[in-house]
Write a protein that binds this ligand. Structure first.
Ligand code: UGA
Length: 437
């Protein structure tokens, strides 16, 4: 929304939330999320045509276009538990809009939702007796965390779906004209509602599938002496395959990939397509296998036991340049190491200690984990380092100094193939990388 406000100076953009604390933080210089470049974009428009408020009903009343941008987590209760998307926040937004009503509105689904959610929104709006007319559109978001500003400034495409009726097409054109103020018209794709909703889930499923595919090959590389980066490079130069999203890793994380694939597979089950559901489920299974395999390699290298040994965890975020740890591979890796009775010395440049503790379901007094302000301090006195997030600062570690203060043999498990292998080995470490023998 900040990017729309920055580029569409003639439109007033008001972001509303029930949570006063969050809105206060959006109105300060201490934004609730860490995203490089975001503060500058917010500051460029805040107070001019960008506002943050808790006045939900008034804002609904005053607006022509309403973007529903709420959480759609995986359901953790009842039918579809662990797979289906929990749509209660989308539903309560739709009910609120129906309650307030007022004139002619375009209601846009920005949240990631299962295909045909717009039908539910339409049904709720149609029951409103506040005498208003509406069109429901789908405009999924494709930005990635850590690169959000660049992705929004210069997206590969913007997707807008709506009814193919005269009114639907007019509503689509209104939203197109917003984006068109900074994005070329040929990069704005318009479709019917269901294609747009389904394209979002499909894009994430395809991206995650690429990572699981290359991670599957990484296991074979380790067994055969092939090098996964060489294989990725060799296949990525085929323009039909392409070079991006072929970086083998300890596994993908984040709030989207797993959630969206599970949701896609749940939809397939629902529509009577169990084989299709199983096909996509395998992408998640391969990701779990990759995280397990990483821990198994640590165990194998450390004489089959990590009990009582201290391991430094470098990076907890699901990727660099974010403080988000949702579904981070670090959660599974650390949990398994704790089950094996290891002690963990954790350092992440951005993820707060409380987030790490709650992700691992530990209380603050748990003696098996300690938190550190830098990588060197975390590694002090440990038997091994497990690098789990590709933060740039880890490329500049003083490896000789770190090695000197560790138990021997000192192991370095590089879960992102980030560090120069020659430097790690010259410092004295036993190095273990993904997809390399
Ligand atoms: C993902 C999609 O990339 C966005 O297009 C989408 O809009 C977003 O989900 C969403 O649905 O909101 P995000 O989860 O923020 O974005 O981050 P990604 O860059 O896709 O990374 C996801 C995970 O895959 C990370 O853990 C990353 O380290 C891992 N990854 C990525 C790899 O292991 N290898 C790669 O080659 C690329």
């Amino acid at each position: 929304m900040a990017m729309i406000a920055k580029n569409c100076v003639d439109s007033k953009v008001t972001v509303v939330d029930l949570n006063q604390e969050r809105i206060d933080s959006w109105n300060s210089d201490d934004l609730p999320i860490y995203e490089p470049g975001l503060l500058e974009v917010v500051k460029a428009a805040r107070g001019r045509n960008l506002f943050f408020s808790t006045e939900i009903d008034q804002t609904i009343q005053d607006s022509d276009i309403i973007f529903i941008s709420v959480n759609t987590p995986t359901k953790d209760y009842g039918s579809g538990k662990g797979r289906a998307a929990d749509l209660r926040f989308v539903e309560s937004c739709a009910r609120n809009i129906a309650k307030v009503g007022g004139g002619n509105k375009i209601v846009v689904e920005k949240s990631t939702v299962p295909v045909r959610t717009a039908q539910m929104v339409k049904e709720i709006l149609s029951e409103s007796n506040n005498g208003f007319s509406y069109q429901v559109l789908s405009n999924p978001e494709f930005l990635a965390e850590g690169t959000a500003i660049a992705d929004l400034e210069n997206p590969d495409r913007v997707l807008i779906g709506g009814d193919q009726s005269k009114e639907g097409l007019e509503a689509i054109e209104k939203v197109v004209s917003l984006y068109n103020q900074w994005i070329d018209r040929e990069n704005i794709i318009t479709t019917n509602l269901w294609s747009s909703e389904l394209s979002k889930l499909t894009a994430n499923a395809f991206l995650a599938q690429r990572i699981s595919s290359i991670n599957a090959i990484s296991a074979l590389c380790e067994a055969t002496g092939a090098d996964v980066d060489e294989v990725a490079n060799a296949i990525g130069t085929d323009s039909r395959i392409g070079p991006k999203f072929l970086k083998s890793s300890v596994g993908f994380g984040g709030s989207c990939f797993q959630k969206d694939i599970l949701n896609l597979s749940y939809l397939c089950q629902h529509f009577g397509l169990p084989e299709v559901a199983e096909y996509w489920d395998q992408v998640v299974r391969m990701n779990d296998y990759q995280k397990d395999r990483f821990v198994q390699r640590i165990m194998d290298a450390m004489f089959n036991t990590v009990s009582g040994k201290k391991i430094a965890i470098l990076g907890f975020a699901f990727k660099k340049d974010t403080n988000d740890a949702r579904e981070s591979p670090a959660i599974a890796v650390c949990s398994r190491l704790l089950e094996e009775r290891a002690h963990l010395a954790i350092y992440d440049p951005q993820v707060p200690k409380d987030t790490i503790l709650s992700s691992l379901r530990l209380d603050a007094n748990d003696k098996r984990v300690s938190f550190h302000d830098c990588a060197t301090d975390a590694a002090n006195g440990t038997h091994a380092i497990a690098l789990l997030t590709e933060w740039d600062e880890f490329k500049k570690l003083n490896l000789k100094e770190i090695y000197a203060e560790m138990e021997k043999p000192a192991h370095f498990f590089d879960g992102r193939n980030l560090i120069d292998p020659i430097e790690v080995q010259n410092a004295g470490f036993r190095l273990h990388r993904i997809g390399k023998g």
